[in-house]
Design a protein around this ligand. Sequence first.
Ligand code: FAD
Length: 278
Amino acid sequence: MIPAPFDYVLAEHPDHAIELLGKREDAKLLAGGHSLLPAMKLRLARPALLIDIGRIGDLSYVREDSDTIAIGALTRHMDVAASAVLREQCPIVSFTAGQVGDPQVRHRGTIGGSIAHGDPASDLPTVILALDGELVARGKGGDRTIAARDFFTGVFQTALASDELLVEVRVPKLASKGWSYTKMSRRAQDWATVAVAAIVERNGSVGKASIGLTNMGATSLRATAAEEALAGGASVSDAAALADDGTDPPSDHAASADFRRHLSRVLTRRAIEEAASR
Ligand code: FAD
């Protein structure tokens, strides 16, 4: 399919993009284009103006602070996957970036695009949610920081205002915590049918865990019932059996909602076990 007609402008720096966004309601930012352009070709999105932020070099970086790591929103998946800092300090993020699509997708797609798109089937939002990460949004009034828990508000919906640019993703260093991102898809390099992120504090046994779910509802979700059961002393199997509590998974060509519920329980057990052993 061919997209509906649109105007195009290349943003030179973040403030330029914000200024352009504020001028037209029917404008959209273009980063890697690997979610927006397919949607435009299917005419599911019809922006009248594309503001290309893909060449703003200032927003492509991975920086280490004392206990957090800051990732520029325009950092491409392949650079996140290859980052020595992330591999050392927060490997669940670099590993998961390496699980996104295929090499072509990873060479164009950006972490900011993945998060701003708000697709519940995307991998990195779930990991950022499980890590209790933060997102930095920039608008005319300056920067504001949004907790990942408050960021994802619905299918393809986020807490970003229409004239805001996502500029940075912040994640904590994992230190001695174990981790896993366990993804099940029908074909290699496909979107997750279901995936589970687990971050586990190890004190001889699994006591406290953060568990994130991909494609189990309108947004990436936390498996709160399973987390609470583990904190209360339940076994990994008993806690994992609660993974789908409070979820509302879709039925589609890849799987029924019931099968997704089953998968979420199995993958949660596997993810916690892998995280505890790492
Ligand atoms: P774009 O497509 O350019 O933009 C997406 C949306 O976010 C647009 O609405 C845009 O306006 C907005 N946006 C982009 N950047 C910003 C910003 N900085 N601030 C505010 N708004 C912004 N993803 C997965 O997670 N797992 C997969 O397995 C997977 N497989 C894929 C397979 C294929 C064949 C394709 C085409 C894509 C796949 N993806 C997958 C999606 C891929 O990760 C995309 O790159 C990503 O979802 C969007 O990033 P982008 O930079 O391409 O964003």
